[in-house]
Design a protein around this ligand. Structure first.
Ligand code: ADP
Length: 194
C-alpha cells in the first residue's frame, strides 16, 4: 500500500497519471477539484459555497476541502492506498492532513512534484480545452486564459510553501512531467510498494 500526494500545476498530467495508477494498483483517487466540481453541479450546500471561488480560480476555504477529504479517506477500504490530487494546497491543509493521517495510522509515503515548464504547460492546457470542445464536452468554466493564469499563480504560491515542508520530511519526489505519459507512469509506479 502506498499513499501519495500529487503536487503540480494545472495541466501537468496529474489526473492522467492518477487514472493509470488506480488501474494498476487499486489506489483511491481523491481529487478535490473533481469533488468540488461535482458538488457544484449537484448544487449541494457545499457546492454553492465553493462555486464563486472555483469559477474565479481562487482557493476555497480550508474547512470546506478538509471536510471533503476526510470524508473520502474515512470511507475507503481498509488498507487501501490513496492519491490526493489537488490537496493539500496550503500549509494549514498540509498540517491538518498530517494529523488526520496519523490518527488513521496511514501516513504519507510520497509527495510527487510534477516538474514542467510554463511553455509546455500552456500547450497542454490549450490541447485539453480543444479536445473537450471537439468531443462535444463542456470546457471547464475555469479553463479560460485569465482564470488559468490565476490558478497557475495559486499553484506557484502553494508549491513555494509545500515543497520545503515535505522536503524536510523526506517525502518529496521530483518527477519530470514533460517526459511522455508512459515514462512518467513508470517513474511513479516504481515508487509503489505492495
Ligand atoms: P487545477 O486543474 O487548477 O489543478 P483543480 O481541479 O485541482 O485545479 O481545482 C480546481 C479549483 O478547485 C481550484 O482552482 C480551487 O478553486 C478549488 N480547489 C481544489 N482543491 C482545493 C484545495 N485543496 N484548497 C482550496 N481550493 C481548492
Amino acid at each position: 500500500m502506498s499513499n501519495f500526494v500529487f503536487l503540480g500545476p494545472p495541466g501537468a498530467g496529474k489526473g492522467t497519471q492518477a487514472e493509470r495508477l488506480i488501474l494498476a494498483h487499486g489506489l483511491l483517487h481523491i481529487s478535490t477539484g473533481d469533488l468540488l466540481r461535482s458538488a457544484i453541479r449537484e448544487e449541494t450546500p457545499l457546492g454553492k459555497e465553493a462555486k464563486a471561488a472555483v469559477d474565479a480560480g481562487l482557493l476555497v476555504p480550508d474547512e470546506l476541502v478538509i471536510g471533503l477529504v476526510e470524508e473520502r479517506l474515512t470511507a475507503r477500504k481498509e488498507n487501501q492506498g490513496f492519491i490526493l490530487d489537488g490537496f493539500p494546497r496550503t500549509l494549514e491543509q498540509a498540517k491538518v492532513l498530517d494529523a488526520m493521517l496519523a490518527k488513521m495510522g496511514s501516513p504519507l509515503d510520497h509527495v510527487i512534484l510534477f516538474d514542467i515548464s510554463a511553455a509546455l504547460l500552456e500547450q497542454q492546457i490549450e490541447a485539453r480545452a480543444r479536445q473537450s470542445d471537439e468531443a462535444g464536452l463542456q470546457v471547464r468554466s475555469d479553463d479560460n486564459p485569465a482564470v488559468l493564469k490565476r490558478r497557475i499563480g495559486e499553484y506557484a504560491r502553494a508549491t513555494a510553501a509545500l515543497s520545503p515542508y515535505y522536503e524536510e520530511k523526506g517525502l518529496l519526489r521530483n518527477v519530470d512531467a514533460s517526459a511522455d505519459i508512459e515514462q512518467v507512469t513508470l517513474q511513479i509506479g516504481a515508487l509503489v510498494t505492495r
